[in-house]
Design a protein around this ligand. Sequence first.
Ligand code: 3PY
Ligand code: MG
Length: 250
Amino acid sequence: MTRNFTSRLRQKDLLIGTMLTIPAPEVAEMVARCDFDWLFMDGEHSPLSMLDWQRLIQAVGGRCASILRVPSASERDIKKALDIGADGIIAPMVNDAEQARRVVGWSKYPPRGQRGVGLARAQGYGLEFADYLSSANDDTAVIIQAEHIDAIENIDEIARVDGLDAVFIGPYDLSASMGKTGEVDDPEVVAAIAEVTRACLRNKLALGYFGLNADSVRPYIDRGYNLICAGVDAGFVTGGASEILQDLKA
Ligand code: 3PY
Ligand code: MG
């Protein structure tokens, strides 16, 4: 476990990451060598299985934090993500406080929650069970996504849920839920995001934002967001390939 990620997240250090979606441990290994603070491993929209993610986390090798966005905000997915050794989870589409409380509960061992007890990679296959058990509840990052207009309406209650470490905006899904798919800079979408910013800052909760490039995340860093995900692995490949081709054809 990358032990200091969650404490740095809570103390609002700027943590810069990028998104992994390609089912190749080599890509995870390459990106992990680039000195990011964390990697946003996307189990929601990518074709990867939990076993694939385990291989990618192994390839990262603790060089930075591996935070897995689970396919759904469910007990089954959260349990598996944490047992394969993710340093934390991002639960997509959490729209009310009750859902947020369940996500926290599934991420924490009793008595703080109801996380199931396994002897898997996270626990050193049993060899480090006691050590892991003593620190996992504190060291595991529990992050939920606010990415629907319903979540915006419930954000004050969501931001007060005990055990949450951050709220991560999903600007694309949020814009879609407002009938403005992809218009992440539309004034109404930006105003909805501002509601989340206000509620989280008031509750001293860390804030996260995703953007396709540095320019789209910079304004959020200026607004106090500290969990930043910029770019996607597939975009680095298509962007770099297109650029060299255009340069040569120009
Ligand atoms: C979204 O924009 O919907 C996201 O989930 C980005 O992470
Ligand atoms: Mg989303």
